[in-house]
Design a protein around this ligand. Sequence first.
Ligand code: ADP
Ligand code: MG
Length: 226
Amino acid sequence: MIILADINRLFRSDEVETTALRSIDLQIEEGEFVAIMGPSGCGKSTLLNTLGMIDRPTSGRYLFRDQEVTDLPEAALARMRRDNLGFVFQSFNLIDELTIAENVELGLVYRRWAGKDRRARVEAALDRVGVAHRARHYPHQLSGGQQQRAAIARAIVGQPSLILADEPTGNLDSENGEQVMEILKSLNREGATIVMVTHSPAHADIAKRVVNMLDGRIIVSARRAA
Ligand code: ADP
Ligand code: MG
């Protein structure tokens, strides 16, 4: 599904240069569940954002389903993201002024579906993660665990083939973290490819492969015994 070849990412400001990714080679097959681990600042989020076509590498190649991504213009990247990707973040990133259902509907933005289809999809996605009964509430009226589940609904409402999750359980207590992991696990079982950054060895264990990073490099990529 994905081939990253010799990806480098250099951040430059007036004073400092930071190399966030160094010679990254990574292949991800359809249906995989990959965990990315490593100390803070080692490049995990940059790698995830690169996979998510949010961040452009300084050099290297990125192939998504045999299509070259690296040089696509922004509009084509936006289409690729819309048609293929779903994002989940540590801090949920729901919009406070919108209801849960409206937040989830944002996952369908730019899609030309009729209002009725949109509502059915939003409802199905909320139902899938167990927060349908909170559809008309606002984010602050939900617990952290419910907010993250709503954020997952937003990520999956467009039925993406690749779900990218950056420390999705980082702001949750262990019980809510488990619920989120259960949802990700079942989405993977149903065919979604998942790449998740995590600091939790237990949650990384749920993935079928763990990629360990240090200083912008991949140091180990190990498949778990079945
Ligand atoms: P992690 O997610 O593993 O904590 P990041 O990918 O966020 O690490 O960051 C990797 C390195 O790149 C860090 O040194 C960070 O400060 C730097 N970095 C990340 N994003 C930017 C940016 N937009 N501008 C400048 N430096 C950045
Ligand atoms: Mg990070």
